[in-house]
Design a protein around this ligand. Sequence first.
Ligand code: TYM
Length: 336
Amino acid sequence: MTKARLFSGMQPSADSLQIGNYIGALMQWRDMQSEFDAFFSVVDLHAITVAQDPAELRAKTRRTAAQYIAAGIEPEKSTLFVQSQVPAHAELAWILSSITGFGEAGRMTQFKDKSQRYGADQTTVALFTYPVLMAADILLYQTKAVPVGDDQKQHVELTRNLAERFNSRFGETFTVPDPVIPGETARIYDLQDPSSKMSKSAESQAGVLYLLDDVAVTAKKVMRAVTDSEGVVRYDRAEKPGVSNLMSIYGALTGSALSAVEDEFAGRGYGDFKKAVRDAIVAEFEPVRARTLELLDDPAELDRLLAVNAARAAEVAEETLSAVYERIGLLRAPRA
Ligand code: TYM
């Protein structure tokens, strides 16, 4: 039996992924890659929706790909590629933008938040059409499952709507994908501001844990994480967001249920608890960091691997794109 398709991606928007990307995305990807025919992309075209330094963008793209591999995505088993190396993504995005309503795109909460933050002059048109490119990513591969954090759920909903709209207007062309959202505890919050989702683009870096940070930096950030005055390790997102967030991280990395974490630290203070969280994070990150640096030591080999994977992705993507062009009535050049 052929495996169902899976597609997901991350932006190469920082030198290092943060622990939310790791727990909320990479860990699920790693677990799902055997069961699915999986495509994982480093979405560099999404990253340029905000200004990027060219040399840094290239470096961040390699670093992101290296972190996927170091975290356990196997480039022989899964197709791990850089989005811009498969031109069909940009091409399908244009086509899909022609069936996307202006109002529909305007309702995307991530766009509303970001455009408000940057102001009209700094907000690009690409930031507005960002979800349409994301829909193209997903639909090109006839994707069934899209594992993402719940901040991306609305974009997958838009993707479903576009797929259904296209299919009903032009005939069955796209598989309608389903979002696969991990449980609440896979959503990781900022250690200093546990009411906000942890993000690479946070203004203060004090509460963001990076996979590639030095151990000492990570340790310090964990030990300084905001808690509360109750002194009890107990999960309560509303009343104890800081402690609950650390419990989520610890539970995810050690494979323990929250109740087991509560039991483990019953009668022990936050100092003890934080040390255990710190140790779990360091133990998880260290090998990933070492392997990432090793992979980055040989950029030519990494680039070769990515190119091979992009060629594999392009084969699938071109087939879908070709069907799309045919359906919408573009005059195709005869095959040479
Ligand atoms: P990005 O790069 O912002 O994040 C990548 C993945 O990490 C998840 N994530 C988190 N999960 C838990 N806690 C957090 N604090 C946290 N921060 C980030 C995100 O939910 C995401 O799953 N638009 C996407 C990239 C993309 C994509 C796609 C994803 C482009 N095309 C097609 C899936 C399918 C994004 O910006 O993710």
